[in-house]
Design a protein around this ligand. Structure first.
Ligand code: PLP
Length: 434
C-alpha cells in the first residue's frame, strides 16, 4: 500500500514545459480538448467504436500554448462561487459575509477567487491568516475590507495598515503596540479583537479579557471595528463558547468599552449555530462548495456547488494481461484483461495517496476507479474491458460533474478531511477561470 521509493519521472522536464505554457495561456481548458496527432500516434491501438474526429489532430505545441497541457490544473467556476455565497446569505438571513480566503483561497487561487467574491454584494470583506495574503489581496485590486486573523511583525503591521488592512489583536502588549503603530505615521489602526473562548489556539482567553479590553479602549489611534472568536466545532461545547463570548461582549459594552461588530461563525456555524450568526459570518469552505461537518444533514439545508475542477489529460492507455500489476508494490494485479489509463497527477500535486481506497475519476462521461497506488506524479485508473479513453482525453479527478467526484466524495473515499482535499492542491498547479 505504501510507496517505498520516490518516483523517478523522466518525463517531468518536458511536462514542466507544457505546464509553463499552459499557465501562460489564457484560453480555458476545453471540456474535451482534442489530442494532437503525435499523441494519437503514440496510442498503442486504435479505439473501437470511438469516432476519430474526437481526436482531431493539431500540433502538440499549439495545443500546449493554448493552455491545453497534459499536467494537472485547477479550473475555477465563478458561477459556483456566487451561488455558494448566495446560499450562505440565505442560511444566515442575509448576514454580511466576511469571506475566509486563507491558504490561497483554500487552494483554488486567491487571485482568481477574490475578485469574483468581491463583486458579490453580501461579501463585505475578506479574512486571511498571513500578512502576505492580505497584501496579495490588495495587489489583486481588492478594495473591500481585509482582516488579517494571524500575527504580523511591527514592520509588516506598518505595511498592512498603510494598505488599509485590519489587524487582529490578541497579545497582552497589544494596547502599547497598537498606539505605537498609530503614532508611527502608518495611519489610524483599525482592528478586530480576537478572543479565545475555548479553542485554545489564538486570542486572549476570555476569562482575563476584560482588563485587556479596558486597556485597549484607552489606546490612542486605535479603532475597534470588531471582536471575534472561533468555535471548537464540538456540538456539545459550541453553545458554551458562544455564551462566554456574548456575555463578555455584553459586559464590555456595559462598561462603555468598544467591541464593534461581533463575529464567530465559520461554515459549521453558518449551518448549525444560528445564534452565532451575530453581526456577520466568516465562512470559508462553504463558499468553495463543500459541506463543513455533516454533509448528509447539510445537503438538506443548502445546495453547495464545488467551485473548481482538478483536471489533467490522459498520458497513457494500456491493456493489462491477467497477472499484470499496477504501480509500486503491485497492490493491484489484473484478474482479467483490463484497460488502464494513466494520469499525470499524483500526491505531489495534492491528490491523496489514499484515493486508491475507492476514489473515482471521470473521463469522457464515465467514472473509473483509481487502482494500484497514487505515486508522486501519476495515478492509474481502471477502464475495464473496453478501451474507454485515449491519450489526451480530459480526466476530472475532482469537480461538480458527478457526486462521486465531489470533494466530499473524494475525502470520504480517501479517508481524509475535505479541507485537505482542497488545501493540499499544489501551489504549483496552473489555475484558470472557466
Ligand atoms: C478557517 C477559519 C474560518 C473559516 O472556516 P471554514 O470551516 O472553512 O468555514 C473562520 N474563522 C477562522 C478563525 C478560521 O481560521
Amino acid at each position: 500500500m505504501k510507496e517505498r521509493r520516490p518516483e523517478r519521472s523522466p518525463g517531468r522536464l518536458s511536462r514542466r514545459g507544457f505546464l509553463g505554457a499552459a499557465a501562460a495561456g489564457v484560453a480555458p481548458l476545453l471540456a474535451r480538448a482534442p489530442a494532437s496527432a503525435a499523441e494519437d500516434a503514440s496510442a498503442s491501438a486504435t479505439s473501437p467504436g470511438r469516432p476519430a474526429s474526437t481526436h482531431a489532430a493539431g500540433p502538440a505545441l499549439r495545443t500546449a500554448s493554448a493552455g491545453h497541457g497534459f499536467g494537472p490544473r485547477i479550473e475555477v467556476d465563478p458561477d459556483a462561487l456566487r451561488h455558494n455565497a448566495a446560499e450562505v446569505a440565505r442560511l444566515t438571513g442575509g448576514r454580511p459575509i466576511m469571506a475566509v480566503v486563507k491558504n490561497n483561497a483554500y487552494g483554488l487561487g486567491l487571485g482568481l477567487v477574490a475578485p469574483v467574491l468581491e463583486a458579490v454584494p453580501e461579501v463585505r470583506g475578506f479574512a486571511v491568516v498571513t500578512p502576505e495574503a492580505a497584501l496579495a489581496l490588495r495587489e489583486a485590486g481588492v478594495r473591500k475590507p481585509v482582516l488579517l486573523m494571524g500575527m504580523a511583525s511591527d514592520e509588516e503591521a506598518r505595511d498592512l495598515v498603510a494598505r488599509d488592512v485590519r489587524l487582529s489583536l490578541y497579545t497582552d502588549d497589544a494596547p502599547g503596540r497598537a498606539s505605537r503603530l498609530a503614532a508611527s505615521g502608518a495611519g489610524p489602526v483599525t482592528a478586530h479583537l480576537y478572543l479565545d473562548t475555548g479553542l485554545g489556539r489564538m486570542g486572549v482567553p476570555y476569562h482575563r479579557a476584560l482588563p485587556w479590553l479596558e486597556a485597549l479602549a484607552g489606546a490612542p489611534g486605535l479603532r475597534v471595528e470588531g471582536t471575534f472568536m472561533a468555535f471548537t466545532e464540538d456540538p456539545e461545547f459550541d453553545p458554551e463558547q458562544l455564551r462566554r463570548f456574548v456575555e463578555l461582549a455584553g459586559a464590555a459594552r456595559e462598561a462603555g468599552l468598544p467591541v464593534g461588530r461581533l463575529h464567530a461563525a465559520s461554515s459549521n456555524g453558518v449551518f448549525h449555530l444560528p445564534d452565532a450568526h451575530l453581526d456577520l459570518v466568516r465562512p470559508g469552505i462553504a463558499l468553495f462548495g463543500s459541506y463543513p461537518s455533516r454533509p448528509e444533514e447539510e445537503r438538506a439545508m443548502a445546495t453547495l456547488r464545488p467551485a473548481f475542477r482538478l483536471r489533467a489529460r490522459v498520458v497513457r492507455v494500456e491493456r493489462l494481461r491477467v497477472g499484470d500489476g499496477v504501480s509500486y508494490g503491485r497492490n493491484y494485479v489484473a484478474t482479467r484483461p483490463t484497460w488502464t489509463a494513466t494520469l499525470p497527477v499524483g500526491h505531489a500535486d495534492g491528490y491523496p495517496r489514499s484515493a486508491v481506497e475507492g476514489a473515482k475519476v471521470l473521463i469522457g462521461g464515465r467514472l473509473h476507479p483509481v487502482i494500484g497506488a497514487v505515486s508522486a506524479s501519476h495515478t492509474v485508473v481502471e477502464l475495464g474491458e473496453e478501451r474507454a479513453a485515449e491519450v489526451g482525453d480530459v480526466a476530472t479527478l475532482v469537480g461538480p460533474d458527478r457526486p462521486e467526484i465531489h470533494p466530499d466524495a473524494l475525502a470520504a473515499a480517501a479517508g481524509v478531511s475535505v479541507y485537505d482535499v482542497l488545501m493540499h492542491m499544489g501551489a504549483h498547479l496552473p489555475r484558470a477561470m472557466v
